[in-house]
Design a protein around this ligand. Structure first.
Ligand SMILES: Cc1cc2nc3c(=O)[nH]c(=O)nc-3n(C[C@H](O)[C@H](O)[C@H](O)COP(=O)(O)OP(=O)(O)OC[C@H]3O[C@@H](n4cnc5c(N)ncnc54)[C@H](O)[C@@H]3O)c2cc1C
Length: 463
């Protein structure tokens, strides 16, 4: 039996793709939930845009039809000599091949008060349920950690009229990933959000714990909570930052990054570092044991990429790749060019190729910022050959397929700019502003390019 620990995007993709090629029994184990759900949609459940069941892409009969057995239990340990797993409740399971797809867990850094009530991260279904309870009737919250999950949490809280104090350790937002100008552009956008108080260059020192009965503070009396999480009145009542600033609050969100969820694997013979160590075939140090998704750490990372990739599509792609290997066709993980997307409130962000927070040696950049609208395009290219290296784009959506082609064919920045309309989803925007973009580039770099008609990549566009 093939056993997969973890029913997130990577484990479920592996299972579905193994089933297409093999009849071997497959079991997926997860302690979190019986059915696969979209973690990236958790925020929309809290904000009332969808119900939790709408985050589950497959109907219950899908698993039966595909003969994928689902088991909700916690795996406590792995014996790779006997090829067995010990689960909570004492059950032992035997595997022929084992896939570790155990995801991440929110970071905690030993802050005083970090385990108190109304202090939590945002990762799991249980976190969502706790957040419902913990924020019921409260007035203000502190969110610690300036990344994507933090900003999602802030947005969630603001939709319930809860004041948010957001602590960002660095001087600018998401500075480990975004170049300074991009970061400042987003920071400006945050200023438009009523109730959001950004605190840059501030670190959490301590969480204060005391009494606060949030049900009483809610107009109309006690809340009726559709959840089994037990309400506690003792919990967070404020924080102090390292600079000595005190902020009153009734909820603290810990969103200072995530790390691989691998504690139970550390006592096994499988090699680990920050994550479970794998080669480019997603094979661990032990035969017949593989790791994919957020929990995997490459001993030799894909050139230009990080050893641990904690995004949705890479987990999916690792699952697809591993299914080949497990069914007898050993395939290397070749994810192609980096891309990612996110939303900062109402500004969409995408990145294609390799845009670092600091310009690398031999690189040049061209930044276009729209004078009135919330649009910024940040291009990076080779200073000598002008080969296009990557883009961060904010406020406009650009086509992945087209950028992939440009990167593969090593197009120059001039070729990209001349034909940028091919990559654009919003022709009206380009009809009005593409000449501004091209003119600005010409005056900055002494070139004489013009916007061209669509060329070879036009045919790539299907929608
Ligand atoms: C709030 C939020 C928003 C996000 N938004 C985005 C986004 O917009 N775009 C993007 O690309 N990425 C986003 N991500 C990241 C993305 O969701 C993850 O990269 C992805 O879900 C990881 O998938 P996975 O299959 O590796 O692991 P997971 O989805 O974490 O699944 C692992 C599962 O294994 C279970 N498990 C672990 N150990 C055991 C054990 N011992 N026994 C039993 N079960 C176990 C866990 O409980 C969990 O259910 C977001 C993440 C969060 C938390």
């Amino acid at each position: 039996m093939i056993i997969i620990i973890g029913n997130g995007i990577s484990g479920v993709t592996a299972a579905r793709n193994i089933r297409k090629k093999s009849d071997e029994p497959i079991t997926i184990i997860s302690a979190e939930s019986k059915y696969f759900f979209s973690r990236t949609a958790l925020m929309y459940v809290y904000m009332g845009h969808m119900k939790f069941e709408h985050t589950e892409p497959y109907e219950p009969h899908f698993w039966e039809k595909n003969r994928i057995n689902l088991k909700q239990t916690y795996v406590e340990s792995i014996d790779t000599d006997k090829k067995t797993l010990s689960c909570s409740g004492g059950e032992e399971l035997q595997y022929s091949k084992l896939v570790l797809a155990t995801g991440s867990k929110p970071n905690k850094f030993g802050w005083k008060g970090q385990d108190a009530n109304r202090v939590q991260g945002l990762y799991s279904k249980q976190d969502l349920e706790s957040m419902e309870v913990n924020t019921e009737g409260i007035k203000s919250a502190v969110v610690v950690g300036g990344g994507l999950i933090g900003i999602e949490m802030a947005e969630m809280l603001l939709t319930r009229q809860i004041e948010v104090h957001f602590l960002v350790r660095e001087k600018t937002f998401w500075s480990g990933v975004l170049p300074e100008q991009d970061s400042k552009f987003i920071m400006k956008h945050f200023e438009n959000h009523h109730g959001l108080h950004m605190h840059y260059g501030e670190e959490l020192d301590e969480i204060h714990v005391g009494e606060y009965d949030n049900r009483k503070s809610k107009k109309g009396g006690s809340a009726s909570l559709d959840t089994d999480v037990v309400y506690e009145s003792t919990g967070a009542v404020g924080i102090t930052t390292k600079s000595g600033q005190k902020i009153d609050c009734q909820f603290v969100g810990l969103t200072a990054g995530v790390s691989p969820n691998i504690d139970f694997i550390k006592n096994s013979k499988i090699d680990t570092n920050r994550g479970i160590l794998v080669n480019r075939y997603l094979e661990t140090s032990v035969e017949d044991v593989y790791a994919i998704g957020d929990c995997a750490e490459f001993t030799e990372p894909v050139p230009g990429r990080r050893p641990i990739e904690q995004v949705w599509y890479t987990g999916k792609f690792m699952g697809e790749t591993l299914a080949h290997t497990i069914t007898g066709n050993r395939v290397k993980y070749e994810p192609g060019y980096w891309f990612n997307s996110a939303k900062f409130f109402d500004i969409e962000y995408q990145t294609y190729g390799d845009v670092r927070s600091k310009l690398q040696e031999g690189e040049a950049e061209f930044i276009y910022q729209h004078p009135k609208e919330d649009v910024l395009l940040h291009f990076v290219f080779d200073a000598t050959s002008h080969r296009f290296i990557g883009i961060n784009n904010f406020g406009v959506r650009l086509r992945h397929l087209v950028f992939n082609e440009w990167l593969t064919k090593e197009a120059t920045i001039e070729e990209v700019l001349q034909d940028l309309k091919s990559a654009n989803f919003d022709p009206e925007f380009y009809a009005t502003y593409e000449s501004d973009i091209v003119n600005q580039f010409n005056s900055q770099f002494g070139t004489n390019i013009t916007s061209a008609k669509r060329k070879w990549w036009q045919n790539l566009i299907t929608s």
